[in-house]
Design a protein around this ligand. Structure first.
Ligand code: C2O
Ligand code: CU
Length: 597
């Protein structure tokens, strides 16, 4: 948990002061420094030994713990065999997209054998966030929690819990460290994407998986006490239901912003989201399973997914028989296809909107966008129809994102042409019955493009995201925006109606989040003020959809003064020419033998 000063990569006081020269810190803020060493590490799970890329040899990776307003430097040392970047999910990084992390959006990958210093600037966030690799699917094993405590002298807007724990939900792939190679093959050839073989709680499968019972995660509690869980969905490709047998859960925060307390017997959580949840250990002392199972919003005839339930054990102190097995949340944990349980939970979320944590929803919208989310057939995916004439893909407004080979941020900053075009459309190219069941598949044909949306500084933006059923692809999409938190002012099933639906918007206490699921065959309306200049990625946080192209970039222009303008780049950014991109420049990957010795 502590900054890993024992690792042999020092930084001198002088270097730190030079870094700090750039930044004005608030009065109470402190500065933390971490070293993240990425290297292939042996790890045993499910009766098998794996060699996987981990940070500081740990899975999940190290926790960053700060107070609101603190500043963190993380020196990322890549000792793996391909290029990687790290993203600080949910940290707004004001004016500083240079440290945001998504590869080919704000930087090129950190080449093996080199390091890159990220500056992670905490401002308004308070609660739980996380960090993860933002290179292909490397985040499966390269991720960790970020805990943001209230400023010294202030407290949570709820009674202080007697204890707290991080609950990191993860996924495991049988491909091991070949995951990205298999992903590349599937993207190339249009074959099935890798599927996880198990979900995990704090790095463990739990009692229902072979060779796992001895290491099932335990949380020890005392009768009558109250606990805070910081639940992070770090799963690569699935939403989950989560419940603790016989214990009600109260959501008090989401994505490092407080929520109106929401009591529920179960949670629905999307990849990318965090939920801060309190519960009281008020049941008969004993052992209770915490359990998580996949929620799929796809058609019920899609059954080829990981059905394994991951468990941890909530264990009361005291005298009782350990012979009986822990109680399972039979009644509270919803089933795999329980669309209505998922939407019911999600739609109940509200912001706290208190005096100390007020809501500040933009009311005078100056920029409206309507963005459809679809599954697609991609024409000539490799710009050469001879390789594969079509593959599977996904898109926003029928634009299927294509990563450039120079990052968008650098191209924007240096005015390099030919990297992206500024013509991402505000509306879909043509109109149809989005949620209709018999739209012709031909309407789902899309091209690979690198089209970004340019926003003026301080525009008040409303985006309606509409799921579509094109190509039988209706399903929920957890949409995530970098650089911002946004208010979810409306949601509904069916097609968005721009006359009647806005009348129902919640402009008083909508949730303030960085990731939110668009319901299957439904829509959400979100609002934010474009007051963070820079280059910010927007994508579905189900990595399969992200890799298929359900992504775009918002460039927010400078506002005319230094305080309203993007900062300049740090003295070193990883070079694009030498990037070791595992999926696109396979030959550039270091020969495996070298890294394996
Ligand atoms: Cu959690 Cu673009 O990422
Ligand atoms: Cu999606």
């Amino acid at each position: 948990m502590a900054p890993s000063s024992s690792i042999a990569f020092g930084i001198s006081l002088l270097q730190l002061m030079l870094l700090l020269g750039n930044v004005a810190l608030g009065a109470q803020a402190s500065v933390h420094y971490y070293d993240f060493v990425l290297r292939e590490t042996n790890i045993t799970r499910n009766c098998t030994s794996w060699r996987l890329l981990l940070v500081n040899d740990s899975f999940p990776g190290p926790t960053i713990e700060v107070h609101k307003g603190d500043l963190v430097f993380v020196n990322v040392h890549n000792q793996g065999d391909y290029g990687v970047t790290i993203h600080w999910h949910g940290v707004k990084q004001p004016r500083n997209p240079w440290s945001d992390g998504p590869e080919y959006i704000t930087q090129c990958p950190i080449p093996p054998g080199t390091n890159f210093m990220y500056e992670v600037n905490f401002t308004t966030e308070e609660g739980t966030l996380w960090w993860h690799a933002h290179s292909e699917w490397t985040r499966a094993t390269v991720h960790g929690a970020i805990v943001i405590l209230p400023k010294e002298g202030t407290t949570h807007p709820f009674p202080k819990p007697d204890g707290e724990e991080i609950i990191m939900l993860g996924s495991w792939y049988s491909e091991g460290d070949d995951l990205n190679d298999d992903l590349a093959e599937s993207l190339d050839e249009g074959t099935a994407m890798p599927e996880s073989i198990g979900y995990m709680i704090n790095g463990e499968f739990g009692d229902f998986v072979a060779c796992s019972q001895d290491s099932t995660y335990h949380m020890y509690v005392e009768y009558g006490k109250t606990y805070l869980l910081r639940i992070i969905n770090a799963v690569v490709g699935a939403e989950l239901f989560f419940a603790i047998a016989d214990h009600n859960l109260t959501v008090v925060g989401m994505d490092a912003a407080y929520t109106r307390p929401l009591v529920s017997p179960y949670l629905t959580t999307s990849p990318g989201s965090t939920l801060d949840v309190i519960f009281t250990a008020n049941q008969t002392p004993g052992r209770y399973y915490m359990a998580t199972r996949r929620y799929t919003s796809q058609d019920t005839d899609v059954t080829d997914f990981n059905h394994v339930i991951a468990t941890a054990i909530l264990e009361y102190s005291g005298n009782y028989s350990l012979d009986t097995s822990p109680k399972f949340p039979n009644r509270s944990l919803p089933g795999y296809y329980d669309y209505s349980a998922a939407d019911t939970f999600t739609f109940k979320l509200r912001g706290l909107a208190s005096k100390e944590h007020p809501s500040d929803v933009p009311l005078n919208i100056t920029r409206r966008m309507f963005i459809t989310l679809s599954m697609n057939e991609i024409l000539c995916p490799h710009h050469d129809c001879t390789v594969a004439p079509t593959t599977v893909g996904s898109s926003l407004n029928n634009q299927s994102w294509d990563d450039p080979s120079t990052d968008v941020l650098q191209a924007y900053y240096k005015n390099i042409s030919g990297v992206y075009t500024a013509d991402f459309p505000d509306f879909p190219p043509f109109v149809y019955n989005w949620t209709g069941v018999d739209n012709p598949d031909a309407w789902g044909v899309a091209n690979k493009v690198t089209r970004v949306k340019i926003l003026e500084y301080n525009e008040s933006v409303e985006v309606v995201f509409q799921d579509t059923g094109i190509m039988q692809g209706a399903q929920r999409h957890p949409m995530h925006m970098h650089g911002y938190a946004f208010y979810v002012v409306g949601h509904g099933l069916g097609n968005f109606d721009n006359e009647t639906d806005p009348l129902e918007y919640n402009l008083l206490d909508p949730p303030l989040v960085n990731t939110f699921s668009v319901p299957r065959d439904g829509w959400i309306a979100i609002r934010f003020v474009a007051n963070n200049p820079g280059v910010w990625f927007w994508h579905c946080h189900i990595d399969k959809h992200m890799s298929w192209g359900m992504d775009t970039v918002f460039i927010v222009k400078d506002g005319g003064t230094e305080e309203t303008s993007m900062r300049g780049p740090p003295s070193y950014m990883p070079p694009c020419e030498d990037s070791y991109d595992i999926t696109r420049k396979k030959s550039r990957r270091l020969p495996r033998q070298i890294s394996r010795i």
